[in-house]
Design a protein around this ligand. Sequence first.
Ligand SMILES: Nc1ncnc2c1ncn2[C@@H]1O[C@H](COP(=O)(O)OP(=O)(O)OP(=O)(O)O)[C@@H](O)[C@H]1O
Length: 245
Amino acid sequence: MLAVRGLSKAFGQKQVLDSVDLDLAEGESLVVIGGSGTGKSVLLRCILGLEVPDAGEILWRGRPLAQHRADFMDDFGMLFQNAALFDSLPVWRNVAFRLLRHMPKARARAIAIEKLARVGLGPEVADLYPAELSGGMRKRAGLARAIAADPRVIFFDEPTTGLDPIRAAAINALIRSIVDETGATAITITHDMSSVRAIADRVALLDRGRLRWQGPVSEIDRAGDDYLRDFIAGRARPMARVPAS
Ligand SMILES: Nc1ncnc2c1ncn2[C@@H]1O[C@H](COP(=O)(O)OP(=O)(O)OP(=O)(O)O)[C@@H](O)[C@H]1O
C-alpha cells in the first residue's frame, strides 16, 4: 500500500536518511524505532510531503505519492506528538476540524462525540477547551481527531510521550484496538518499547539514517542485531556500536 524506495535526505553535510526502503501492506501496523536524531521524524515528514527528499520515491497504492497527495491526505489521519490541539477551539471542534469543511455542524459534532466515546471520553468533554484536559485526555482527544474522518492510514508520532506508564499502556492498547477494528494501515514512530510490543505487527529500526533491521515484532527478542538488543534492553552504548553495514 505504501512503499518507500531508496529515500535519501541530507541537511548540509549531514546525511539524515540514506537510501531507506520500506514496505507497508494494507492493514499492517509498522513501528519505526531508533535513537534520537536517527531520522524517524524526517522519514515521516518526507512521507507527508513536508520535506523534499534528495533521492528515492514514495509510492502510494503503486503510484508516486507526490502526484496523488490530495487522495492520500483524504485517507490519512495523524496523532501528533503533543496532540497539537488548537487551544482556542473546544474539543469537539478540534476533533471535527476536517469534517466541518464538508458537512453540517450538527452532523460533524455528532461524529466528534461518537469518536470521543471511542477513545473513552464522555460527551461532557466535547465543550471543554484543551487547557482543561489532562495530558492523557489530550492524547485521547488527539486520537479522536486522527480517526474522525475514518482514515485508511494513520500515523502516530511518539504516542506515549509525556504519559505515565499506566496512561501510556492505555493509549497503546487503544491504538492497537482502533487499528484492529478499522483495519487501517498504521505507522508509529517511537522510542517506547512498550508501544512497540503493544502496537506493532512489524518493526523497523533506523540507525543513523539507514534501515538497520526490520522484521515481525515476534522476532525482536531473538534478532541477532546488537543495536536492536541494546535498544530493547535500554542499554547505553551509542559511542561503541558497530556502524550499520
Ligand atoms: N530542517 C532541518 N534542518 C537541518 N537539520 C535537520 C532538519 N530536520 C532534522 N534535522 C536533523 O536530522 C537529524 C534527524 O532528525 P529527526 O528529527 O528525524 O530525528 P528523530 O529520529 O525523529 O529523533 P527524535 O527521536 O529525537 O525525535 C537530526 O540530526 C536533526 O538535527
